[in-house]
Design a protein around this ligand. Structure first.
Ligand code: 13P
Length: 248
């Protein structure tokens, strides 16, 4: 059985004090919810502050990292540093990183390998643009991202990680993929992993949908066979709406 995982990607939002308030509020609201794994991904600057608060029911992760352990890479943060601050997860290859910061499938692959070396669970993001979808290229695009991103990873590693299918046209637009369309691509990702990596990894890997997930569409998405969770932007920024997602 794959445990559902709902993760909040805060992107470039929240100061330290806002992050602390969020976690305090969420801790009060979350109650006994333990059927779902709850993850928040604050900006780097707030990770240390949430460390002591986000115990037990709330896990946390980073939104990006470099693949080297240290060195002359101004502005970058290493897996050693994320582990040091207690991150369990790290988002890798978000479409905004691919679009604005020149990330490629090759850098995604380097980062995934580095995450496993340091015992951090990667959440690898994949997804097509609107133009690619309209041309009927969704599966080809996603397959290439999955194959290249997961290159040389072991079946055990792939089975332990998380993949987020985030169609770019659905991110921050209020335009969610229909639950059937989202599930179809998530199922396609699982079949691709079965082919490339193996059936056990495909069975174990958790696949999230992301893109305008809200309290009013989460349940329908989560009821689908191949959707094991959600990666949430906007609706993860308020504890009151995020807790509704966790308690779908
Ligand atoms: P929204 O939920 O704001 O559409 O963002 C999705 C996303 O990019 C999560 O990583």
């Amino acid at each position: 059985m794959r445990k559902p995982i709902i993760a909040g990607n805060w992107k470039m939002h929240k100061t330290v004090s806002q992050s602390v308030s969020f976690v305090e509020e969420l801790s009060g609201l979350i109650g006994g919810a333990d059927k779902v794994e709850t993850v928040i991904c604050p900006p780097f600057t707030a990770l240390y502050a949430v460390r002591d608060l986000a115990k037990g029911k709330i896990q946390y992760g980073a939104q990006n990292m470099h693949w080297q352990e240290q060195g002359a890479f101004t502005g970058e943060v290493s897996p050693v540093m994320l582990k040091d601050v207690g991150c369990k997860y790290v988002i890798i290859g978000h479409s905004e990183r691919r679009q604005y910061f020149a990330e490629t499938d090759a850098t995604v692959n380097n980062k995934l390998k580095a995450a496993f070396v340091h015992d951090i669970i990667p959440i690898m993001c994949v997804g097509e643009t609107l133009e690619q979808r309209e041309k009927g290229d969704t599966e080809a695009v996603v397959e290439e991202q999955v194959r290249k991103g997961l290159l040389d990873l072991t079946a055990e590693q792939v089975g332990a990680m998380v993949i987020a299918y985030e169609p770019i046209w659905a991110i921050g637009t209020g335009r969610t993929a229909s639950s059937d369309d989202a599930n179809a691509v998530c199922a396609f990702i699982r079949r691709t992993i079965a082919q490339v990596i193996g059936s056990q990894a495909a069975e174990n890997v958790r696949i999230q949908y992301g893109g305008s997930v809200k309290p009013d569409n989460i349940r329908e998405l989560m009821n689908k066979s191949d959707i094991d969770g959600a990666l949430v932007g906007g609706a993860s920024l308020e504890a009151a709406s995020f807790v509704k997602l966790i308690k779908y």
